[in-house]
Ligand binder design. Structure first.
Ligand code: ADP
Length: 482
């Protein structure tokens, strides 16, 4: 019998006031893992009241900086102490391989430390406004933050928002994705043990329409930090406009990966595969549109095919697994529909990897690595985000041609460029309209560096100093001296 997990509002563990529940699955087997409250608008209201009261009473924003930092450092230590348990929950709930889940937990702990460090270093400015006055620029917390996160990196995405929001002095309502609430529900105890006052951090579980949207509409919320689909992002921006809420949107991508003929293929081939197959391709920055210079195209197709065939699908708990299942049955169907559409639009299948044979995994949501050549320029597979392990390989001849191709997308989250000529790497990197460009790598997102999109991949930045500033207001204090 799967266990019941309550949600956490105002320092108390509670069910939904409507008495409704959501089943949470293990995507490796299709079995129900647990059930969590399906929050309704009244629950969201309670969470917003708790976060608002904690903010307005100053229990967190007015606490001494070093005391606030201490709490986040202690929380980081608690995350590290619970590393195995958190990773195990992440694997069973999200499907990702154990080594990836462990890396996510480590980075979540580091994010708490990184932003804890900022608390005692953040400063304002004094501006030159003449001899008779003084202008001070203060950085103040924005207030109550709604953090709405997706299911592909449940703990990490939550922490990318929660750590800087808390460091800024904000209070937080976290809404994990309905598919993956399990690690988010471990955070309240961690923060409580670290000494965070009640009401400062709340977790509301539920789906988008039932819990996410009331949060976005709630008048007590000052700032929404959202990571998810383009459609929901647009909807949130529209709703937020009614009360001029501050919004950060981290949306989808259809990122290019460019391999020049002088690239070091020993790095470029595994790097390119990782760029599309890592985390089952459920990565907003997946570099799924692969462009290869004409002279090496056939060779690269062959090498990518060999590399893709090495991927071992299975349960994330099996140490031999390098790729887990997709998150849900509906995501599996969606990805399979994209694979079908690519074929219908004339692309040729070069590789389709093997599915797991273990009968215990027959109910899991597996899709094998899939590689196409010859996809038509503006076909769905070239334009839309698949969020699955599907790659297209396309030829190019000149640098300017490939820059045009790379930019031929409504998105602009990331790009990868593989070349031994650093001047070319930098030139192409500057010409691509995307928030992150990797040269001779794909996918690193260091917590110290800003992360976010150009164009319809969203706006605002997470991580780094910029990720903290998203949760700060700027105040000007003017003082007349004479
Ligand atoms: P995905 O396609 O990755 O599931 P979504 O954008 O649907 O992405 O979901 C990302 C997060 O946004 C989840 O936590 C989900 O519950 C939430 N969400 C979905 N719809 C809404 C909505 N209308 N308002 C607020 N949050 C929503």
């Amino acid at each position: 019998m799967p266990g019941e997990q309550l949600m956490y509002i105002g320092g108390r563990w509670i069910p939904s006031q409507d008495g409704l529940w959501l089943d949470v699955y293990n995507p490796a087997t299709g079995a129900v893992l647990a059930r969590v409250p399906s929050a309704c608008a009244r629950d969201v209201d309670a969470a917003c009241q708790a976060a608002r009261t904690a903010f307005d009473a100053g229990v967190w924003p007015a606490m001494a900086e070093r005391a606030r930092a201490r709490i986040l450092f202690d929380a980081a230590n608690l995350v590290r102490e619970r590393r195995q348990q958190l990773a195990m929950l992440e694997v069973t709930n999200s499907g990702k391989p154990m080594q990836d889940a462990l890396a996510d937990v480590d980075e979540a702990a580091y994010l708490l430390e990184y932003y804890a460090g900022w608390i005692t270093k953040l400063s304002g400015e004094v501006l030159p406004v003449g001899p008779d006055a003084m202008s001070l620029v203060l950085r103040e917390p924005m207030g109550v933050v709604a953090a709405i996160v997706p299911w592909n990196y449940p703990l990490l995405m939550a922490m990318q928002k929660v750590a800087p929001a808390l460091a800024a002095g904000c209070t937080v309502i976290l809404k994990p994705a309905e598919q993956t609430p399990m690690t988010a529900l471990e955070l309240p105890e961690i923060f409580e043990l670290a000494g965070l006052p009640s009401g400062v951090f709340n977790v509301v579980t539920g789906d988008g329409p039932g819990a996410g949207e009331p949060l976005v509409r709630h008048p007590m919320v000052d700032k929404i930090s959202f990571t998810g689909s383009l459609e929901v992002g647009k909807r949130i921006q529209r709703i937020a406009a009614d009360s001029v809420k501050r919004v950060t949107l981290e949306l989808g991508g259809k990122s290019p990966n460019i391999i020049f003929s002088d690239a070091d293929l020993e790095r470029a081939i595994p790097g390119t595969c990782l760029g599309v197959f890592w985390n089952q391709g459920e990565v907003c920055s997946a570099t799924a549109r692969v462009y290869v210079e004409d002279g090496i195209f056939d060779r690269v197709v062959e090498l990518i095919a060999q590399e893709a065939k090495k991927v071992r699908l299975g349960s994330g708990l099996d140490p031999a697994t390098t790729m887990g299942p997709l998150i849900s049955q509906s995501q599996k169907r969606r990805v399979e529909a994209y694979i079908q559409s690519a074929q219908d639009d004339g692309a040729s299948l070069v590789v389709q990897g093997a599915l797991p044979v273990n009968p215990e995994l027959s109910g899991g949501f597996y899709v094998a690595p899939t590689v196409f050549v010859g996809a038509a320029k503006h076909s769905k597979i070239m334009m839309e985000e698949v969020f699955g392990p599907v790659m297209t390989l396309t030829r190019f001849t000149t640098e300017s041609e490939v820059i045009d191709k790379a930019n031929d997308t409504p998105y602009g989250l990331a790009a990868a460029v593989w070349t031994r000529q650093i001047d070319r790497g930098l030139r192409v990197g500057k010409a691509i309209r995307a928030g992150t460009v990797w040269i001779n790598d794909s996918q690193p997102a260091p917590s110290e560096a800003p992360w976010g999109g150009y164009k319809q991949s969203g706006f605002g930045r997470e991580l780094g100093r910029q990720g903290l500033e998203e949760f700060l207001e700027t105040k000007h204090l003017f003082i007349r001296l004479h």
